[in-house]
Ligand binder design. Structure first.
Ligand code: GLC
Ligand code: GLC
Length: 814
């Protein structure tokens, strides 16, 4: 069944009942201030770093799942009936409910007994605050006497400490209340120079800042005593749990509508001007007051919203397509691009499945994510690349993760994931192809954030490449280290102690276990390095890369081919992983996808055989599983992969992130039908009708769909923050639709389903808007291009030389 519908016109997904199988969420903010919000107003906000600078509190693994949020309560002052127009936290019956998740905003509406209320939540561009535009209408025939209560719970900044260190936390909470604005200033007295504020545009009838006063003893957010009584306690929090709640009383005539703004913000003061007067402990509010005043004016809030809408229209307008498939269109034009921006902002840190306290930005993850967002925000992509590269180690290896606030490598996780360095090469290649900004290669970048260690980014790429050459195993394949792309293939770990981390526990030195996957990755990286060197005029160096790539390709063919598919790895004993010789885990998806992407076997049929094996052994109606047969027990020599019950996650789950590798591989092999078929199997929009099986949001990809060995085959998990977003976007736009930035211009090479008569697209690329019309004339993939009426030799459009900013490309496929 479905829980809502797509409103493509407005770029919204409309949820029509609150009891979705899981919280269906959206992101607010796209610069520094962020929030996540569920369809029942659950979630939290933070400034830049979900762990270190958390504004509002969220309770993990709660029941209901999404408790802790941006809540509004309505109370009928005549009957005492109270409810939440967002359904939670009271869970009261609503006669009407919708949640519209849009681009950077969510509007949640609910009506009960003739009182309709709606709140639009968003973060204005350029500001560190969120606006709740609340509207209430009386549809009754008689006047209504209402109370409105807002409610948030403050987090004491460090979200990890906040949820563990209670012996301290219960004594440090501090607030100030001035002119109805609630200021949360815990730890401001000592080293912090930042505080949060929560304001309301209406005249207040009261407020609360102490949680216990608002909720009452032994009560939850579902029935606060203040709401039940219709009266705030005007409490001032000292210690315990500071909250922010405003109380507004209204009388609404029949048919009357009122609007109220609630604004929650984050603010920093100069270190030497924290207090006012300077010798007091009172927060200096001079710098924040103009901001507060501005956004309590309805017209300013509206204006900020329209600017946000235009901003997203601009970003999404860079690539728009019109194909015979509605699911393709809405993912490419709206939701997949939008999800790519979320992965840019969040990496894997904050979702309903990533707690925001565990991980920072992943080196591998964020480099790959570039594929999905570089065309929308090239300047920020550049900055991201330079940040990532600055965490690289002098060896060419990389910290696996870094914290966004400090931009320093995360010591807890460390490095030695031997695939990591190559993703920097691929990320930079994607940036160069999109922008043509070769100057980035000369940018000086530190190693391990050490001042004085600066070298040109190009040298970083060279070290990435050499990292593998310095670490080859007995077969000449790359050593795997702690893991490769598959974090759970831990061939040097041998952990037999419960609770140990498979990724970070002490590993064996690891001079034997090799990865065929990294072999494929290396071959691809070699090609990119060669192209980059050639473009920079260094022909000898380019030839060197190609020679290394060719040697590795030969090694993969010799030691990485199993007869019908590519082997996955060699373990610490030199035994094959992912081979017909194995009892379980005979065939894996990763090397089939990636070796073909690297071009191995495209000429001589190996690629076709590998892809046929994928179809035969790994493809299910819900997507392609990671390996088969699933591991039925724990294997000491394989690590975490075998820790998962069969069918979940890396143990034969449909790990959506690597499905696009096969999609791209099929497109490269010229099979548009298979490519688009695989694409559609995991396309969330296409899965909307099976909402009860899929369970996650139908508008974004999830990391995983349970594989055929799982009792819940087809069930998605871990939505939003996954490399699936970038890879699928890349697969559909660049390989199936074939609109592909290249070093020398825009390459056009669609490999679309045979039944498609064609498609149209608009793509902005290096300052030119290309209007692309594709028409199928025969069943193959041979393309002929005319550019602005003139036939083009080949299929790379070099870009107009006469300064024109529009260009029309007509393509026929035969
Ligand atoms: C997670 C990680 C990613 C890894 C994948 C496979 O999605 O974020 O880095 O490649 O799992 O293990
Ligand atoms: C777990 C997950 C995997 C993730 C890894 C690193 O092992 O299964 O998907 O990549 O943690 O955080």
């Amino acid at each position: 069944m479905q829980y809502g519908y797509f409103d493509d016109q407005n770029r919204e997904y409309v949820i029509t009942r609150p009891d979705t199988p899981l919280p269906w969420i959206n992101y607010l903010g796209c610069e520094s201030y962020f929030g996540i919000i569920s369809n029942t107003a659950g979630g939290y906000s933070f400034y830049r770093d979900a762990r270190l600078r958390r504004l509002t509190r969220y309770r993990y693994n709660n029941v209901p799942f999404d408790l802790g949020g941006r809540y509004i309560y309505l109370r009928d002052n005549e009957t005492g009936d109270y409810w939440s127009p967002s359904w939670q936290p009271t869970g009261s019956d609503l006669e009407h409910y919708t949640c519209r998740h849009g681009m950077g905003y969510s509007t949640i509406s609910g009506a009960r007994r003739g009182i309709a209320a709606s709140t639009r939540y968003f973060v204005p561009l350029g500001e560190n605050l969120e606006i709740w535009q609340f509207t209430v209408t009386n549809h009754r025939l008689a006047p209504a006497q209402l109370s409105i209560f807002s409610a948030i719970e403050f987090c004491l900044w460090d979200a990890q400490d906040d949820s563990t260190n209670f012996q301290r936390n219960f004594s440090i909470g501090e607030v100030e209340i001035e002119d109805g604005v609630i200021y949360h200033k815990t730890e401001y007295r000592e080293r912090r120079d930042h505080f949060a504020w929560f304001a309301c545009s209406a005249e207040l009838d009261g407020f609360d800042t102490q949680r216990d006063t608002f909720l009452g003893g032994a009560r939850g957010w579902d029935r606060p005593i203040a709401v039940e009584r219709g009266q705030s306690g005007n409490s001032v929090a000292h210690g315990w749990a500071p909250i922010g709640s405003h109380h507004v009383r209204l009388t609404l005539a029949p048919g009357e509508t009122r609007r109220i703004l609630f604004v929650l913000g984050y603010h920093e003061n100069p270190k030497d001007a924290k207090f006012d007067p300077p010798d007091s402990q009172t927060v200096n509010k001079k710098t924040v007051k103009p901001v507060i005043t501005k956004y309590l004016v309805p017209a300013n809030a509206d204006d900020a919203f329209y600017k946000l809408r235009d901003y997203w229209a601009g970003l999404l307008g860079i690539c728009q397509v019109s194909t015979p498939d509605v699911h393709t269109d809405r993912m490419v034009n709206i939701w997949n691009a939008y999800q790519c921006m979320a992965t840019f902002n969040m990496s894997r840190s904050a979702s309903f499945y990533e707690s925001g306290i565990g991980r920072g930005l992943g080196f591998r993850d964020s480099n790959q994510d570039l594929l999905g967002f570089v065309h929308m925000i090239p300047e920020r992509a550049r900055e991201r690349i330079l940040d990532l590269a600055a965490t690289q180690l002098p060896t060419g290896g990389a910290y696996h993760q870094y914290q966004p606030l400090t931009k320093k490598g995360n010591n807890d996780v460390g490095g030695n994931f031997n695939d990591d360095p190559h993703w920097l090469i691929l990320g930079v290649a994607a940036y160069l192809k999109e922008t043509g900004d070769w100057s980035i290669l000369k940018a000086p970048v530190q190693y391990d954030n050490q001042p004085g260690s600066e070298q040109a980014l190009y040298e970083h790429l060279q070290r990435s490449f050499r990292y593998t050459l310095d670490r080859l195993g007995p077969h000449g394949l790359p050593l795997i280290g702690r893991a490769d792309w598959n974090d759970c293939l831990n061939l040097n770990c041998f952990s037999d102690t419960p609770g140990q981390s498979f990724q970070t526990t002490t590993n064996k030195e690891g001079k034997v276990a090799e990865s065929v996957f990294i072999g494929g990755l290396f071959v691809l990286a070699a090609k990119e390095m060669a192209a980059i060197a050639k473009h920079s005029g260094d022909v000898d160096e380019a030839a060197g890369y190609l020679a290394e790539g060719a040697r590795m390709e030969q090694t993969v063919r010799e030691h990485g081919w199993d007869g019908e598919w590519f082997i996955r790895a060699y373990d610490d004993s030199g035994d094959k992983v992912g081979s017909k010789d194995c009892a379980e885990g005979k065939i894996f998806i990763e090397p089939q996808g990636f070796c073909v992407i690297a071009g191995i076997g495209l000429e001589d049929g190996l690629a076709r055989r590998a892809l046929d094996s994928v179809r035969k052994y790994l493809a299910t109606p819900h997507g392609i599983v990671l390996q088969q047969p699933a591991y039925s027990r724990y294997y000491l020599n394989l690590g975490e992969i075998s820790s998962y019950p069969p069918g979940y996650k890396e143990n034969a789950g449909i790990f959506c992130h690597n499905n696009p590798w096969v999609i791209i591989a099929e497109a490269m092999a010229g099979n548009g039908d298979a490519a688009h078929d695989y694409y559609s199997r995991i396309n969330p929009s296409a899965r909307e009708p099976i909402g009860d099986i899929h369970r996650c949001e139908p508008y974004v990809y999830a990391q995983m769909i349970a594989g055929r060995d799982a009792p819940t085959h087809g069930e998605a998990k871990n939505s939003w923050l996954t490399g699936t977003a970038a890879w699928n976007y890349y697969a559909i736009t660049q390989w199936i639709l074939g609109i592909r930035p290249s070093y020398d211009g825009l390459e056009i090479a669609p490999v679309i389903p045979v039944r498609w008569s064609g498609f149209a697209a608009t793509r902005k690329f290096r300052g030119v808007t290309y209007h692309i019309a594709v028409q199928r004339k025969g069943p193959g993939n041979k393309v002929k291009l005319t550019v602005d009426g003139r036939p083009l030799r080949g299929n790379i459009v070099p870009g107009p030389t006469d300064g024109r900013s529009e260009s029309h490309i007509n393509i026929t496929i035969e």
